[in-house]
Write a protein that binds this ligand. Sequence first.
Ligand code: C5P
Length: 398
Amino acid sequence: MADTHSKKILLIIGGGIAAFKSLDLIRRLRERGHTVTPVLTKAATEFVTPLSVSALAGEKVYQHLFDLNDEAEMGHIELSRAADLVVVAPATADLMGKMAAGLANDLASTLLMATDKRVLIAPSMNVRMWDHPATQRNLATLLEDGILTSGPNEGDMACGEFGFGRMAEPMEIVGAIEAAVNDGPLKGKHILVTSGPTHEPIDPVRYIANRSSGAQGAAIAQALLGLGARVTFVSGPADVPAPMGVDLVAVETAAEMLAAVESAKDVDAGIFAAAVADWRVASASDEKIKKDGNGLPVLEFAENPDILAKVCASSTRPKLVVGFAAETQNVIENATAKRKRKGCDWIVANDVSPATGIMGGSENDVTLITADGAEDWPRMGKDQVSQKLAEKIAEALS
Ligand code: C5P
């Protein structure tokens, strides 16, 4: 889990239906020892009342730019800077537009212009508004300005439509906040981690999979978060939940995993811990294949793209790329050859023969293969392996 030392959060609540989730966000942040100074836009008061926000935050609610009382107690400049992080949740299309354009015509937008702290937004809006070129243009501007984001997620919307635009859940936002305020050697670095198995469909109800639980990838993401990294976590259908605080991209197939990896921008390091299926069914059936007495179905396979190798060969190759090699024989030789073949910097190799008890166990016994040779690590807990790897990554990126 990310550093949970108490932090001061200036929470700007925008006027969207998801404002009700911000009440829970306040509660969750306080439970974890953070203080929350709430600011409501005028539109936000149509969705939540200043009284409920103030009661949950245990703090005064700020609403108006020209409120003399507020200026006497704390001016808007000071208010914008007293926090460790400014959070906008929900960040409506309107608020994002104002931020991108640099408008400052009410308390919330003025604080966002005046602050010298980092800003994290949790966008929330109708799917069409989210997809609108104006919103996407504003988002690109905000990302370029270094604004952090949490969500939006894909899902059912209050308006009855479905798609991207749903505000991230409060605990996801808490995780993103803690990742943002966490100090560590990886602060400011963006690391991509692939994890879990992939599912390759045979038909709408059947698929080909493997036994990866996603535990190793999740532990690595957790350790990287703990050192202050921003982590994009591209995960197949794993048994282990994604750590709180990652930017989660949930995928099913190798093709989806490749697309998600290729759309991650400005990545400093890529850690490829996923157990990607090597083959998919060449043409998965759109209908459930029936047992109709006409003999057994024949499945023709096609090879999946090697995501790790593709990334290594791409023009946007991260500075550091780490692959994994689970072997049952000639571990070092096979892993050393794999490092060269795939073009990655390091390979984390391990022997997964049943006799080692590593598959499904809590310990691991790895060898780190780099250009300098093989470094044998003592057998230790999977969490400790992840911590040691995260520290090595921090050293390599410094
Ligand atoms: O070739 P092999 O599957 O043994 O390679 C393992 C490494 O390559 C792992 O880091 C895995 O995440 C990555 N890989 C990949 N895409 C594939 C197959 C493996 O990224 N299609």
